[in-house]
Design a protein around this ligand. Structure first.
Ligand SMILES: [Zn+2]
Length: 200
């Protein structure tokens, strides 16, 4: 039987994505084996990341400044916005080094079953960006699953009255696949081969 404190810590680890009960317990015991200073550093890093990192007021990307480095970068093509589910997708796309436009992070996708509603997504600022800036193209780069598709279609409808091209990354990424885990060649191919989305 684990003590109450161990149990409590296990429960906290268990809340993290892809950490099952057994792994959570193993992590809790690993913490117990660590030096006190090490644990303090760990705890401090947890608090600090939450205190220092905020969402860029322009695109929603995680940043330690009010406006993120990508939005600040004058070298980037400001006429193209690539819409992604979360900041991790930007890291993947940036690693492929072929996209030079801006991004917009939704922080999720429409998934009523998981309690993600429209209001919780960073959608309003996307519409404002398209309305106020000289945007020529919006690329939907959501993960190719049902919720991703639904969200893409919703956004396409929302933006249809603007005189812009709306495209979607090509389906090099398999259905149910994830941008974050796609290899670079697949990512490059899927952006190069993007297709215009038409609304009927
Ligand atoms: Zn930004």
């Amino acid at each position: 039987m684990a003590t109450k404190s161990i149990e409590l810590l296990t429960e906290e680890f268990n809340k993290l994505p892809s950490i099952g009960r057994k792994t959570a317990q193993r992590l809790a015991f690993a913490i117990l084996e660590m030096e006190k200073e090490e644990v303090e550093r760990f705890a401090k890093a947890l608090i600090e990341v939450k205190e220092k990192v905020k969402k860029c007021i322009v695109c929603g990307n995680f940043s330690e400044e009010e406006i993120c480095d990508i939005c600040k970068d004058d070298e980037r093509d400001r006429s193209v916005i690539c819409v992604v589910e979360d900041s991790k997708d930007i890291i993947a796309l940036e690693r492929a080094k072929m996209y030079r436009g801006l991004y917009h992070v939704l922080h999720g996708k429409i998934a009523p079953l998981n309690g993600k509603t429209l209001e919780q997504l960073n959608i309003q600022t996307l519409v404002e960006r398209v309305a106020k800036n000289n945007v020529n193209e919006v690329i939907m780069a959501l993960n190719p699953d049902l919720e991703g598709e639904t969200t893409s279609m919703y956004l396409t409808r929302l933006l249809k009255n603007f005189d812009i091209k709306i495209s979607r990354i090509a389906s090099g990424i398999p259905m149910g696949g994830n941008l974050e885990y796609s290899d670079m060649a697949t990512l490059i191919k899927s952006i190069e081969g993007r297709r215009e989305l038409k609304e009927d």
